[in-house]
Design a protein around this ligand. Structure first.
Ligand code: ADP
Ligand code: ASP
Ligand code: MG
Length: 408
């Protein structure tokens, strides 16, 4: 039995008209495969509205209850869509995370999928042409509802595809593929025919929200090809797949950016063993993700430590850092919220030098000041003032010739 998993994002299910377009995509899927699992997000804006509701009700909303609340966005979508399918005579039913169940850990708000009951899915597929599954949600072993983190419906879809050994997972969204950079901020962004899992992982982790990072991790681990395409057109999309030699010929294949950043500095930290552990230990205990870290050379036995975190974690981080600074005898805690990250990504960097120099030269020409730099095997990331983000993305896109179609 050939099972196709198709995922539809928030804008794709926002209105009745859009959902009818989604229905056509599902009908088309049924022509190509025996059964379809349609994974749906909440209607555009709904998750934000529900989170705002929680904030209006409580100064510190309980995380587990928040998941019960936000998961209802997807419940609305799947019930409405199953009705639409039935209206045209298809056999279909909706399924929520706990009904399958999709078992996760209990890290509410960003839970990880542990297992999926494949037998239950196959049983339901025996009676239905289409299962309409709520994305973004699961439940713990003891039945508490969880959510997978913002953008998590992509992960639900790829995990379902992996569990059912599907040969393809289609992600339908409001753009017709993965572009060399966000097409909504750079008009010369070019659609890629294919992108390697590792490049897509870096793009997603550096802010390209077209795919949720954990969906790419699943896809890579279980070798599920992911095809990103548009709900609103029939144009060819982008295949996220295994790397091959033609991909390495391209030095940089994409530019990503992330405005959700804040920079924190601990000034004059005593330069003795144990300081990094004292600073970053309490942050990791609170689940705060630290990204770029820079420690300056020592002066008079003291050094400055600077790092970046997601902006939403700033006030909690500052509170923790004030305590740490007192304990270790650091001078003061400084912060800056008007910063953003821009990254150039490409598997071709493994075998080429000079990529960083080319990026820095291009930014210098436009007078953009670089605040921090970090690199990995296939990525260069710079931290800059947020107001320069769009400009920096366009400059780097241009500097690496990404608007030229190299036919790779
Ligand atoms: P959905 O609601 O369908 O999951 P998202 O808003 O999560 O859609 O993701 C699609 C958006 O991702 C696009 O509208 C686009 O602005 C953004 N995006 C960022 N980087 C890229 C990129 N490199 N290629 C395509 N889209 C990108
Ligand atoms: N509805 C969730 C969100 O807005 C999950 C998703 O759309 O993928 O983050
Ligand atoms: Mg998304």
């Amino acid at each position: 039995m050939k099972i196709l998993v198709q995922k539809f994002g928030g804008t794709s299910v926002a209105t009745l008209e859009n959902m009818k377009m989604v229905r056509e995509k599902v009908r088309d899927g049924l022509k190509r495969c025996d059964k379809v699992i349609a994974v749906l997000s909440a209607r555009a804006g709904e998750t934000n509205n529900l989170l705002a509701l929680a904030d209006a009700w409580s100064p510190a909303p309980d995380k587990a209850e928040c998941d019960v609340l936000v998961s209802t966005g997807e419940q609305v979508s799947v019930s409405l869509f199953a009705m639409l399918l039935k209206d045209i005579g298809l056999s279909a039913r909706s399924m929520l995370g706990w009904q399958i169940p999709i078992i996760t850990d209990d890290d509410f708000g960003r839970a990880r999928i542990l297992s999926i009951d494949k037998e239950m899915l196959l049983k339901q597929l025996a009676d239905n042409d289409v299962l309409v599954v709520a994305g973004f949600q699961g439940c713990t072993r003891d039945g508490r509802i969880t959510t997978l983190g913002r953008g998590g419906s992509d992960t639900s879809a790829v995990a379902l595809a992996a569990a059912l050994d599907s040969t393809l997972c289609e992600i339908y969204t409001d753009v017709d593929g993965v572009y060399t950079t966000d097409p909504n901020i750079c008009s010369s962004a070019r659609k890629m025919e294919r992108i390697a899992y590792d490049e897509m992982l870096e793009m997603a982790s550096m802010g390209a929200k077209v795919l949720h990072i954990r969906s790419v991790e699943f896809a890579k681990k279980y070798r599920v090809p992911v095809y990103v395409r548009s709900t609103f057109s029939d144009d060819a999309g982008t295949l996220v797949t295994q790397e091959d030699s033609t991909m390495e010929a391209v030095l940089v294949s994409g530019i990503a950016y992330d405005k959700d950043q804040a920079r924190v500095t601990l000034a004059a930290v005593p330069d003795v063993p144990g300081m990094a552990a004292a600073v970053f230990g309490p942050l990791s205990e609170q689940g705060i993700l630290v990204d770029m870290i820079v420690q300056n050379t020592s002066q008079d036995g003291h050094t400055d430590m600077t790092f970046t975190i997601p902006r939403k974690d700033l006030s909690q981080t500052l509170e923790i850092m004030e305590n740490v600074a007192r304990e270790i005898g650091a001078d003061k805690v400084l912060h800056d919220v008007s910063v953003a990250k821009v990254s150039a990504i490409g598997v071709g960097m493994r075998n080429h030098s000079g990529v960083a120099a080319r990026a820095f030269a291009a930014l210098t020409q436009e007078g953009i000041n670089i605040l921090m730099i970090s690199t990995s095997e296939i990525k260069i990331t710079i931290l800059i003032q947020e107001k320069y983000v769009e400009l920096a993305v366009r400059i780097l896109h241009d500097a690496f010739g990404l608007d030229w179609d190299l036919g790779c």
